[in-house]
Design a protein around this ligand. Structure first.
Ligand code: LLP
Length: 431
């Protein structure tokens, strides 16, 4: 609903034509709709409320770390799920209070744990016995008590891409559910720790229905009952993230379905729940705006092949190269929208065959300078970009109604080169 096509202005985000953004900020540029972010935050909370759950939403900052995006979500009352010092700082900079922040991740450093304690965040999700000992010693030495949840690995198959499934016993995440009762008791006994709950996260881009979620949460419910029976207090349950979105035409589950699955499995425990959605919140509200550099016709050996070479590349949007991900690609100009379609390979200029966004995609013939938009690119888009091939990080723009602003200027070549230093002994060795 934040995207529309206008006969005169072409593809438009809220009330701002993408052509205007390109004229102002250049390409490639990430464009986020504040309205869509708000709508999704509200829809998710409404689904949880509708199921009668006491729930708090902790947006997974890794999906999109833009300060403007975080600020919009903070204003909607969302908390944050962070996995690094950088993400913790970004969440705090956006105005998310420490009391609304949870810290996940298998390898938090002592420095990161110390910062989490300093910020007195809501909860640290522990992923191993080793980490528990480290945090206990650190918290005790600082005279603090860390609220911790134990992340368990429920050994279920979320049936998503292998690189983003996390809840199987062979994955590096969490502790085996069989080991959880003893470890939770250990947390209660260790100085400096207060175990407040259990957590799980089974994977990302889950579109295969609610079966995997239900299986994981049912195991979590059994665990909580065992902990209670052993006299160990559990205050809440962190249900993780993972809710998928339809990139193409996959049937994607709704927040209502997820809320229903939580209610059915964890509801009887009567505890508040936490959610850590990233993609579902930030994915659809964002797009990557790019320009055609040239359209290259296949030569004698591949007649009929057509390459659309863009000024965006795998260093900007890596998901197609990394996960074979599909993103919708739309032309932006009104006349390109009605032109006849034929298959095209959409590629970037980076020197790797993997720098391919789409193969055989139905698109019009596009002239150099024509704009295209990659849809549903707000999550794991800018957040995963790199400067490979010495390409500056793209600009970021937020649209809010009829307003828009550059929320992160394009990186400059000075930014790119300026932090390199030559050691003395090489400085002399000029050619
Ligand atoms: N909580 C934890 C502990 C996580 O590891 C993740 C994602 C989330 C929450 C949020 O998951 P979401 O709701 O966004 O699915 N780069 C990949 C996705 C990696 C997800 C990593 N963990 C992609 O582009 O598909």
């Amino acid at each position: 609903p934040h995207l529309s096509m206008h006969a005169h202005d072409g593809l438009t985000v809220e009330e701002v034509p993408l052509a205007r953004i390109a004229a102002d900020a250049g390409t490639p540029t990430w464009v986020y709709s504040a309205g869509a972010l708000r709508r999704r935050a509200r829809a998710l909370k409404a689904a949880l409320d509708g199921a009668g759950l006491r729930a708090s939403v902790h947006y997974a900052v890794k999906a999109n770390t833009s300060l403007a995006v975080l600020r919009v979500l903070a204003a909607e009352g969302l908390g944050a799920d962070v996995v690094s010092e950088g993400e913790l700082r970004a969440a705090r900079a956006a105005g998310i209070p420490g009391a609304e922040i949870v810290f996940s991740g298998v390898g938090k450093t002592e420095r990161e744990l110390r910062l989490a304690l300093d910020e007195d965040i809501a909860q640290i999700n522990l992923e191993s016995a080793e980490e528990a000992e480290t945090l206990s010693a650190l918290a005790a030495s600082l005279g603090r008590t860390a609220r911790v949840a134990l992340r368990v690995n429920p050994d279920v198959d979320a049936r998503t891409h292998a690189k983003i499934t996390t809840g199987r016993s062979e994955n590096k995440f969490g502790v085996a559910i069989a080991d959880a009762p003893a470890l939770y008791a250990r947390l209660a006994a260790l100085p400096g720790l207060e175990p407040v709950g259990v957590a799980t996260h089974i994977g990302s881009q889950i579109t295969s229905g609610m079966a995997a979620y239900r299986a994981a949460y049912a195991r979590l419910a059994e665990l909580v009952q065992a902990l209670r029976a052993a006299g160990l207090p559990v205050q809440h349950i962190d249900c993780g993230g993972g809710l998928g979105i339809p990139y193409r035409d996959e049937p994607a589950p709704s927040p209502e379905a997820l809320a229903g699955a939580i209610k059915a499995t964890l509801g009887p425990l009567g505890l508040p729940v936490m959610l850590e959605p990233g993609r579902w919140i930030a994915g659809p509200p964002g797009l990557l705006l790019a320009s055609v550099v040239l359209q290259k016709q296949g030569g004698a050996s591949s007649p009929g092949r057509r390459f659309l070479v863009l000024d965006a590349a795998m260093n900007d949007l890596v998901r197609p190269a990394m996960y074979e991900a599909w993103h919708g690609i739309l032309p932006v100009a009104p006349r390109d929208f009605v032109a006849p379609l034929s298959p095209a390979d959409v590629v970037g200029p980076v020197c790797e065959t993997g720098d391919t966004f789409a193969r055989g995609r139905a698109l019009p013939s596009l002239q150099p300078g024509a704009l295209v938009a990659f849809l549903d690119a707000g999550a794991y888009g800018a957040a995963m970009s790199s400067t490979y091939n010495m390409r500056p990080l793209a600009a970021e723009v937020m649209v809010d109604g009829a307003r828009f602003a550059v929320t992160r200027p394009r990186q400059t070549h000075d930014d790119l080169l300026g932090r390199d230093r030559l050691p003395d002994w090489l400085r002399e060795a000029s050619p």
